[in-house]
Design a protein around this ligand. Structure first.
Ligand SMILES: [Zn+2]
Length: 130
């Protein structure tokens, strides 16, 4: 269920609060949890329903897809960390380990590769060594 944000219409309270509601009920008034005022209005939906989109059902699907994607990415990252924590940081050219990013650039150049991407890493490396 999407989460909607409400604002208390009692100006002395003006609390904002979130409520998880079925799409069919988000327009109904909610009771303010702070002052108990009965008339609240919806400010915006938060969570996964995109603002200005009249098709909540579609957004729910997108949200699910994004959640699944994020889950896959996180799992992949965790796996990578577990397997070889230094792999992403270690100087390498296509996985071939070298002693430094300067060496990596030379190796990349000898392979006829674009070396521009190594410059930032070399700068970072030099900063790290001093
Ligand atoms: Zn209130």
């Amino acid at each position: 269920m999407p989460i909607y944000e409400y604002k208390c219409v009692n100006t002395e309270c003006a609390a904002t609060f979130e409520k998880q509601l079925p799409v069919s009920e988000f327009n109904s008034a909610q009771v303010c949890p702070v002052c108990g005022s009965g008339s609240e209005k919806r400010v915006a939906n938060v969570g996964f329903v995109l603002r200005g989109d009249a098709w909540p059902g579609k957004n729910i699907r997108i949200k699910d897809q994004m959640a699944a994607k994020n889950k896959r990415i996180t799992a992949k990252q965790n796996e990578r960390k577990k397997d070889a924590p230094m792999v992403t940081l270690a100087p390498n050219v296509d996985g071939e380990r070298v002693s430094s990013w300067s060496e990596a650039k030379k190796l990349a150049a000898s392979k006829g590769k674009v070396t521009k991407t190594y410059d930032a890493l070399i700068r970072k490396e030099k900063r790290g060594n001093t």
